[in-house]
Design a protein around this ligand. Sequence first.
Ligand SMILES: CC(C)(CO)C(=O)C(=O)O
Length: 404
Amino acid sequence: MRIHVVGIGAVGNFVAFHLRRSLAPRHSVIALHRSETANIIRTLPTGGTLFVERDGNVVSQDGVVHMTYGESRTRLRRSDFPPISMLAPDDARAREVLGHIDSLVVTTKAFAVPTIVYRLRRNLSRDSTIVLLHNGMGVYERIIEDVFPEPSNRPNFVFCVNTHGVYSKGPLHTVHCGLGQIQLGILPDTLGRNYEASYHVAGTPLQPQLSLDDIAGATEFDISPRYLNLRNTIAALIHSPGLRASWEPFHDVQIGLRSKLVVNSFVNPVSALLQCKNGETLRSTYGMTVADRVCREAERVFRLQWAKEAQHLQQAGEVPNIRPFPRQLLAGPLRSEIERVVELTTPNYSSMYMDIKLRRPTEIDFLNGYIIDIGKKHGFRPLTHMSLAHLIKMRTAVPLAPQV
Ligand SMILES: CC(C)(CO)C(=O)C(=O)O
């Protein structure tokens, strides 16, 4: 198989590193770069070697193929790069024109994802699998609206909740500072295959299991590339020990995504505005009050969203599929989750802290912005989220003075 990773920052480098480490050499891992980044990589003394650092130990990984992406399907010639480290010895095809992308892991910032998928649209088809590994929510909706409006032509999509703490020490060098995990959930098939069939079979044992055979059976005759690529992608990710990834029912991942959304909607803007470490966001009663309000408003928005979805299911005659509002999305458990993450990442700087510090665009529209949009759609204005989002936009418009 060929697995492409686009957005080789801290997370992308981490994912490409671990995939290359665990996959057999006959499979290719291809890192896709913007031409500016490719130019930087060309000049690195270590070539295309990837590095991941943990507790001060730096481990290197060769064999990831580096290519640029763009409208013109630019091919990077071998002579563009220092030899050896850039080239997987087994991978002659990957050095050709980009071609069809079977499997794409997108690890860029949320706001960049729709544009990247759009740019790669000619390399993608309904046989592709796209893994979305970003902070926040609302990106998928933009992708399908802008790039894949027709459901029957849509690739498979995998949503992720990533709790690994990573930051970039330089190009192709990730520091893994918080051991987390990655939950993967596959969006239901637009063509009707039930990827979770074994899990939902009535009368299953106490611990129901998802089965890769429900995606594409190992003994299935004449298997469609759509399902084979999805199966291979999930298998590659969950069998890569360093990623600590697990495939879970989509319903659970949707809850995980919302819970993490609320954590990020508090920690990220507050730490960015105060220019403080994560641990400091809850150090005063003022911080705690803001966290309480963020959670209460989020619960209200999620309840409205849940009720609307239940109404749709009812109208479609799918009453057995209506589930009660999940406990994890009540304000209390959301607040405890914020505390847990703040405690775990006390000495860390959030990604938005770094974005503001380095005067980069932030992901606010996909964090608090998502909660605001859903709230407004249902006639509720979440004022604390609105204030945090406004303040971040003000901070972006009036950037921090450069440090002297
Ligand atoms: C959980 C948290 C806040 C850790 O820093 C994070 O995900 C981020 O910085 O984006």
